[in-house]
Design a protein around this ligand. Sequence first.
Ligand SMILES: [Zn+2]
Length: 493
Amino acid sequence: MSPPITSQSRYETVIGLEVHAQMRTRSKIFCGCATQFGAEANTQICPICAAFPGVLPVLNREVVNMAIKTGLAIQGQIRLLSEFSRKNYFYPDLPAGYQISQYELPIVEHGQLVIASPLDQGPKKIGITRIHMEVDAGKSLHEGIQGASWVDLNRTGTPLMEIVSEPDLRSAAEAGEYLKKLRAIVRYLGVCDGNMEEGSFRCDANVSIRLRGAPILGTRCELKNLNSIRNVMRAIDYEVERQIELIDNGDSVIQETRLWNADLNSSRAMRGKEDAHDYRYFPEPDLPPLRLTPERIAAVAATLPELPDAKAERFRTQYQLSDYDAGVLTASQELADYFEAVAQQAATLGQPNPKVAANWVMVELGGRLNKENWDIQQTPIPAHHLGQLVAMIQQGILSGKTAKELFEILFTEGGDPLQIVERKGLRQVTNSTAIEEAVDQVLAAHPEDVAQYHAGKTKVIGFLVGQIMKRTQGKANPALVNQLLQARLTRQE
Ligand SMILES: [Zn+2]
């Protein structure tokens, strides 16, 4: 694969993404059928979602709330009046022969997402044109019965949000960042599980190239069948290279839909890309226009959780974490909650040092989980146990080496951290002679603080303890340090 387009190359890549996010409602968008993934084929259907003649759809209120939530989270405008339309096309897994979607009046418009752009090396705003609600189709299956295809309609009528970006993305890497951010947001909101492998968070990419600085967009191709962020990025790189080759050879790009094949690391043309007029959209006659009140939108706004950007900002100030650490730890709600529980547990047991807690969560635990191919929800170490471990490091009970030993035991066997330390003899030998030496050295080095102490400013003791801990490389037991320091100061009086 050739290197991605850089700022030096003749061409500029233009990418817009369409994400279909399956909403995590218990029931479908227009009927009461369950939406559970993995149920036996054709067990979650009724006359409405199977599109029997004469049935009427009834809009699921929760679907609307979730769309509003998502719209607010991307700083979009929520339309007080939106409407559903019929998008007409035939497909074996679409029993109605049309999809109920939103066309001219979508529920959300003019949003945006800020990504960390690898190209610009800084934050970059990506416009979000619209979010609309629509029904999912069923699934055509081509295996199971020899020589036959069949249809599973369980998924028909499952609510989807289509989230359409502006063509603001300029590289595969930016597309990857955008998807990670968007997925984090829908997961934080609890409106979609973001699972690309199971197809509940699907992405189509519209890709074109143009000569750098050209005022109009080049002909685009739509890429489908992208079931991971990595595949989205690979498919875009491949497509850019394909289009450059075509244009450099004097050919032109044909507007079409192309299917990505991850195994072959290439794509092939699937069909000519339709334009909107091919679908003969018209307002859905079975559903009234959707009218919202400012009060309803405000009520939904009140339920919004702290979102990734805001949380990262808080982590930077509250825990003095770097941009990088704050970004990593807020990638998911679960990871952020876990880190905060570790940091708080460590803080209640000793001197709080959130950076130490952050390192243990990201480096030690993160690395170990990666090795097992587990995510944070599957961690065998409860947060309060890791918090105890961090506290014991800060108290000088554990050295870096014994902390890792304890960590491994907690990860593989579990158990109470303090009991394990005692049982395995991991506690650092506390040598009072060595600490006394450090106390003497620190007192000799800071006569003015000692004088302040004797003048009644007992607060300086915290500073002196800190200096002694530093001198003993944090290995001294803080309780013992305190005790010896107090004794020495009293003797001086
Ligand atoms: Zn149904």
